[in-house]
Design a protein around this ligand. Structure first.
Ligand SMILES: Cc1cc2nc3c(=O)[nH]c(=O)nc-3n(C[C@H](O)[C@H](O)[C@H](O)COP(=O)(O)O)c2cc1C
Length: 167
């Protein structure tokens, strides 16, 4: 094979590999009691990515009110979303599970930015660690692109034993 062509192919493979390694991630998370925040910190330390912590624009609801809002699939005004996900290759969105659904701030984020996401990794924490069947449809209401979704048990997150090598 022609040496010039061979070196061109080698370069293309090198460039492709580097593109994957240098994938620009935006990590956005909501955490009410700190578990999801702990996981967000672990991921940001691993990937060295931009991090936005989203919060309620107004007062944080009580536990029963939060569960009720999640059940109703309500949305709310959020703050802390300084970066637009369209400027990043992938959005890593972290949320606690509330009443088997996404938390209201995470749902509100998807409502606001769903059309501006290029690729989504949704990572949730919950007491049970089970993936609720509604998660996929929760996401699809606002965003229909490539998606990875995982749910981790809060006890495992708090013990620091989460394998994030797949990210
Ligand atoms: C309003 C509310 C509803 C919840 N609903 C569920 C649930 O349906 N299933 C579950 O396994 N855990 C549920 N949990 C527990 C949280 O998902 C879990 O503790 C999570 O890791 C908390 O994350 P955070 O500390 O970042 O807020 C609920 C917690 C709250 C506050």
């Amino acid at each position: 094979m022609d040496i010039g062509l061979l070196s061109q192919i080698c370069f293309e493979f090198y460039a492709f590999g580097n593109t994957t390694i240098n994938m620009a991630n935006l990590l956005v998370f909501y955490s009410r009691t700190g578990t999801t925040k702990k996981l967000a910190q672990q991921i940001s330390a691993q990937l060295g990515c931009e991090v936005n912590e989203i919060m309620y624009e107004g007062k944080k609801p009580s536990f029963p009110a939060a569960a009720f809002q999640a059940t109703r699939k309500s949305t709310t005004q959020i703050k802390g979303d300084e970066q637009c996900p369209s400027n990043f290759d992938r959005l890593i969105l972290l949320s606690p599970i509330w009443a088997g659904k996404l938390s209201t701030p995470a749902r509100s984020y998807l409502e606001k930015y769903g059309k501006r996401i290029n690729d989504l990794a949704l990572i949730a924490t919950s007491k049970s660690g089970e993936q609720p069947g509604s998660i996929e449809s929760d996401i699809k209401m606002f965003y229909d692109g490539p998606t990875t979704a995982r749910v981790f048990k809060s006890d495992t997150v708090n013990s620091g034993n989460i394998d994030l090598s797949w990210l």
